[in-house]
Design a protein around this ligand. Structure first.
Ligand code: NAI
Ligand code: MG
Length: 509
């Protein structure tokens, strides 16, 4: 028996154990129906990856001494070799950016800058499918997400900031504004292309040039972006793309000719960068970790809230800085929510990231998998109750079952530390006041969510929560016009919206 399911356009196969409705119209007993999805794999054959990727500096491919292998975390197959930028290479890239700033970009009119950025967005649209497949192969995220979130949002950021390029004087009326100069940008592995767009688009719109470094495990979409930048005809050196590790990043941070650092990554490295830039003239924005509270009140639409919980924690395998990783449920509905969550979790499809029916893909790296395992083990040791999806996991690659913990205490590590994986900690509260106190009881302050039927409660509760981004009756929604960033150990500075222009401008009143 085959049925088409409209929403996902997927073929379902039902194996029926027992008989169906009999001829005389009387229902026979149907003992057990097991619904299975057929595979619907995005064909990666049209994707041409180079065997070796050089650095992209001064508009040219630049060879270096050392290369490292980059893999597909869902099957551990090697995808390509990628340049490891040495200190000399970083210097070369910064020098190229500085020269491009002085010779070309600072003399390019705002209107012309806008045209280049629009062009980047348009060419990315043409290559959207390639970007999505490469992002999924290199990072492990479901193709459904890279196609519907990462790539379109990245493009939207370029379009959005292209629009600002010739309107900066309107954004800051009465002020004298000028670009900062060379921006050094360091990004993580959870949203490689999107984080590159968040950083490159506003920098260019404001008239700066860029050196951007991809994360260890996910360099490939940035080199695809290099092709786009080349095709868009940007003057050489306006955007330089390099790959490497923490050492490469540190060299970029410490380079004297870099005027601004934009970093997204762990709080630990954020603190190091803050120390290294202290006492220099470098501008700094940090977008770091989080441990967001997702608060469900008893008057919330529970089924919608359960979808929000699932999206909040299992989107991108939970490798999301603003993930709703701490669920605060009002005590009166705790059991009902947990029951529905267990039921919903049974339907999550975990596996091949290129399969269009996959909900949860591969963990980005072995290192990250080990970190998740260690924190989950601490949750069990500290007495929380574990619930896991019973799915079969592929043999090769890095995988972790969607998981949630009940009976979590405030003091547990899983209630405080960023797990950065598909693991949810559930805590309870009785009053709105207690919800607010528990939500704020964290060193982080990036995001939060609240689910309730009452508009007044949304405003009352969210206004007391110290988080840069808040959602009501939804979660993990992004828009280029909306600023994003944190408080406390989640960092400072905003990306997106008009706010996202300020880190890339000198503004004098
Ligand atoms: P990380 O912070 O070490 O890496 C992020 C980026 O910073 C990478 O491009 C890396 O090469 C670079 N980097 C590392 N050390 C540096 C240094 N000293 N100076 C300049 N750049 C440096 O994050 P990692 O090790 O990949 O992940 C560790 C944990 O951090 C994760 O388990 C997760 O909890 C958190 N994390 C949070 C992210 C977020 O978006 N908030 C993103 C990535 C990781
Ligand atoms: Mg690290």
């Amino acid at each position: 028996m085959k049925i088409r399911e409209g929403r996902r356009n997927a073929a379902l196969k039902a194996s029926v154990n027992g008989s169906e409705t009999s001829r005389n119209g009387k229902p026979d007993t149907v003992k057990q129906i097991e619904w299975k999805y057929s595979r619907s794999v995005e064909d990666p054959k049209h994707i041409k990856l180079d065997e070796k990727y050089d650095l992209y500096i001064g508009g040219k491919r630049v060879r270096t001494r050392k290369y490292f292998k980059t893999i597909d975390p869902s099957n551990e197959k090697i995808l390509a070799e990628v340049a490891y930028a040495s200190d000399e290479d970083v210097n070369r890239a910064v020098t190229a950016a500085k020269t491009a700033y002085e010779k070309h970009w600072s003399k390019t009119s705002p209107k012309e800058r806008a045209k280049y950025i629009f062009r980047i967005a348009r060419i990315m649209q043409e290559k959207a499918r390639e970007f999505a497949v490469i992002e999924t192969m290199n990072g492990g995220k479901p193709i459904r997400e890279s196609k519907s979130v990462d790539v379109p949002l990245s493009i939207a950021h370029f379009f959005y900031y292209a629009g600002w390029a010739d309107k900066l004087d309107l954004a800051f009326p009465g002020n004298k504004i000028s670009p900062v100069g060379v921006a050094g940008q360091i990004i993580p592995w959870n949203f490689p292309l999107l984080m590159a767009a968040w950083k490159i688009a506003p920098a260019l719109a404001c008239g700066n040039t860029v050196v951007i470094k991809s994360a260890e495990t996910t360099p490939l979409t940035l080199y695809k972006l290099a092709e786009v930048i080349e095709e868009a005809g940007l003057p050489p050196g306006v955007v330089n793309i390099i790959s490497g590790d923490g050492r490469t990043g540190a060299t970029l941070v410490n380079h004297p000719k870099v005027n601004k650092i934009a970093f997204t990554g762990s709080t630990e490295v954020g603190k190091i960068i803050m120390r290294q830039t202290a006492g220099t003239n470098k501008r700094l924005t940090l977008e770091l970790g989080g441990k967001a509270a997702n608060i469900i009140f008893e008057d919330a639409p529970i089924d919608a809230a359960v979808e929000g919980i699932i999206n909040g924690i299992y989107f991108n395998q939970g490798h999301v800085c603003c993930a709703g990783s701490r669920l605060l449920v009002q005590e009166s509905i705790h059991d009902a929510v947990v029951k529905k969550l267990k039921h919903r979790m049974k339907n999550l499809r975990v596996g091949d990231p290129l399969d269009k029916n996959t909900d949860v893909g591969a963990i980005n790296s072995r290192v990250q998998l080990d970190k998740i395992r260690e924190l989950v083990a601490s949750g069990i040791d500290e007495g929380a109750v574990i619930h896991q999806c019973e799915c079969t996991l592929p043999e090769k690659g890095f995988w972790f079952r969607p998981t949630f913990f009940t009976g979590v205490a405030q003091s547990n590590r899983i209630a405080n530390e960023e797990i950065f994986g598909p693991v949810l900690s559930i805590l309870t509260f009785r009053t709105p006041q207690e919800a607010v106190e528990k939500a704020n009881n964290t060193c982080y302050g990036l995001s939060a969510g609240v689910w309730t039927d009452k508009g007044s409660k949304i405003f009352k509760v969210l206004s007391k929560i110290r988080a840069g981004v808040v959602w009501s009756n939804t979660f993990n929604k992004f828009n280029p016009a909306s600023p994003f960033g944190g408080y406390k150990e989640s960092g400072f500075g905003r990306e997106g919206g008009r706010h996202g222009l300020t880190p890339y401008l000198n503004i004098e009143s």
